[in-house]
Design a protein around this ligand. Sequence first.
Ligand code: RRO
Length: 304
Amino acid sequence: VDMAVNLGGIAMKNPINTAAGTFGYGWQFEGFYDVSQLGAITMKGVARVPWDGNPAPRMCELTSGMMNSVGLANPGIDAFVDHVGSYMDELENRGTRVIMQMAAHSVQEMVDVVERTEELAPHISALELNISCPNLARGGTPLGATPRQAAEVMRAVRPLTTLPLLVKMAPVNVAEIGRALEAEGANGLTLINSLSGMSIDVHTRRSRLSKPTGGMSGPLCHNVAVRMVWECAQAVRIPICGVGGVETGEDAAEFILAGATAVSVGSANLYDPMSAPRILAELTKWAESQGVSDIHELIGAFEC
Ligand code: RRO
């Protein structure tokens, strides 16, 4: 089966990507397996300036998943360029596409960080704008919480780069927000970000995280994510990367049948660092079992 796909201008040798924030900057996984097996990697989000993130504890386990309030700890884009630039080149040369996630509290911060990617552009394949972090929310709403806000971010950033722009979306109003982003020139959509939740230790009466709320991920959000991808895929023509609780090749296959062109492995990277290549092998086996010669025959091919 020909597994190659094109995610909005990102030519991937197979549909498997990694979700930002769960895969470091990629090189951390090279000790476990050859990362160039994967179609793409999405690096942990970077902002214009370094952030420490939230105090510990900022991750905890839940039934069927986990919760984080990392608060986008990151070294800032200047340090990032110095330290990760050569690995990006190396991975691109090995045929794996490098997607860099950009994070910000405001439209202006997003503009500032994307402007700094000009010198990185030859070394990477795309940018992913994170407008959906549940933990960076000011006043409780992420940067791209409404179609109008999402469009505003895309309108400001689109003229700044010729790289393909993906947008990481929250599991809210995905049809309308997806259409707004497409209209402003987004090349692809990544969904979903984590689900905002909270968890209280009733014995100590304390939040399990240093913040009252966090983003829930892992198997508990898989079927929400599949449904959101399906809904969004009906509404837009640009390709979608499905993310949410993928632990097996069959979980990835569900996203493809619901209309995703690519699939990211997220929390599973934290449970077992070998997850992504195993999921790729299982997905390939499933595609072979379907009697098709090209994975495109399976994208959106579910029936009611
Ligand atoms: O760093 C985080 O707290 C974080 C981010 Br930016 C995000 O987009 N999603 C998430 O679950 N955590």
